[in-house]
Ligand binder design. Structure first.
Ligand code: PBG
Length: 322
């Protein structure tokens, strides 16, 4: 009891604080999300995500070169295709922006870990994550299309594929398609507990993937549920997921912790677009200190139990940590 106990004793100098720090943050924890589009010399800023861009492959290479120099070792790619249709067929076109970007990145930076997002919503004219009939997103027929996308990404040279659609059974369908195509060693990072969240707004502007009718609540999870997240993760692990993800991160830190405690698996958390934009907007107004807030948020996500953090702050945080 006080005055014998005084927790402040270990807070007195920077070195002491560092010695007893429980959570580490390093550039190798980060995965940097990037938006790749068709054309040449394209670098369009996303209005709701200042400092983030839709880029053609040539400009993407420059951005990744800079990020690599800052210490970032992994990226996740989202595609903005030239054409969208009912089934999202550009998703498995070997010449589409993501596939071309993967080939170019692996050629220029062989050690970079290139992850691809596997979903239909960036490629469908209606903006939903699967095939639509009579206003409903069909689960089982979508699985084959997701598998085609994943195999196309694998052929291009992706190091990890990351399904984000939330169809039931997609991890198993993708796993067997990859195995059948000779990619048994390619890991799957499953967006296992992905919530129907308001915090994806800026991303949908970036990817042009806002649903043209309805919303995603019939396939993404209800924000009120945590036990269901554990069931979702268990299924994805059984189906062959190598890394499991919780998304978003900040309003779901409890879910990250429960997943980390329940599964002996690498856990990723997605510090999503809306989380990025809130922080950036407040900092722009001078309401918070951006650098301190970025490191605090990323540390909190790691403290909750995430091994990896997908974050639009990856490059700036890597620079701050040097
Ligand atoms: C595609 C996908 C989304 C995000 C990642 N993959 C959007 C969505 O589900 O509508 C969101 C990422 C972010 O907000 O940063 N399904």
């Amino acid at each position: 009891m006080f005055p014998v106990t005084r927790p402040r004793r270990l807070r007195r100098t920077p070195v002491l604080r560092e010695m007893v720090r429980e959570t580490t943050l390093a550039p190798s924890d980060f995965i940097y999300p990037l938006f790749v589009t068709f054309g040449d010399g394209v670098k369009r800023e996303i209005p709701s995500m200042p400092g983030n861009f839709q880029m053609s492959v040539d400009r993407l290479l420059e951005e990744v070169g800079g990020a690599w120099g800052d210490g970032v070792r992994s990226v996740i790619l989202f595609g903005i295709p030239e054409r969208k249709d009912e089934t999202g067929s550009e998703g498995w076109n070997d010449e589409a922006p993501v596939q071309r970007a993967v080939r170019a990145l692996k050629r220029a930076y062989p050690d970079l870990v290139v992850i691809t997002d596997v979903c239909m919503c960036e490629y469908t004219s209606h903006g939903h994550c699967g095939i639509v009939r009579d206003g409903e997103v069909l689960n089982d027929p979508t699985l084959e299309l997701l598998a085609r996308c994943a195999v196309s990404h694998a052929r291009a040279g992706a190091d990890i594929v990351a399904p984000s659609d939330m169809m039931d059974g997609r991890v198993g369908a993708i796993r067997s398609a990859l195995d059948g195509a000779g990619f048994a060693d390619l890991p799957i990072m499953a967006y296992a507990a992905k919530y129907a969240s308001a915090f994806y707004g800026p991303f949908r502007e970036a990817a042009g993937s806002t649903p043209q009718f309805g919303d995603r609540r019939a396939y993404q999870m209800d924000p009120a549920n945590a036990e269901e997240a554990l069931r979702e993760v268990a299924l994805d692990v059984e189906e062959g997921a190598d890394i499991v993800m919780v998304k978003p991160a900040l309003a779901y830190l409890d879910v990250i912790r429960r997943v980390k405690d329940a599964f002996q698996m690498p856990v990723a958390a997605y510090n999503v677009s809306g989380e990025f934009s809130m922080l950036a907007a407040a900092a722009e107004r001078g309401w918070i200190d951006r650098e301190r807030a970025v490191l605090e948020v990323l540390t909190a996500i790691r403290r909750a139990g995430a091994d990896l953090v997908l974050t639009y702050h990856a490059r700036e945080a890597a620079r701050l940590l040097r």
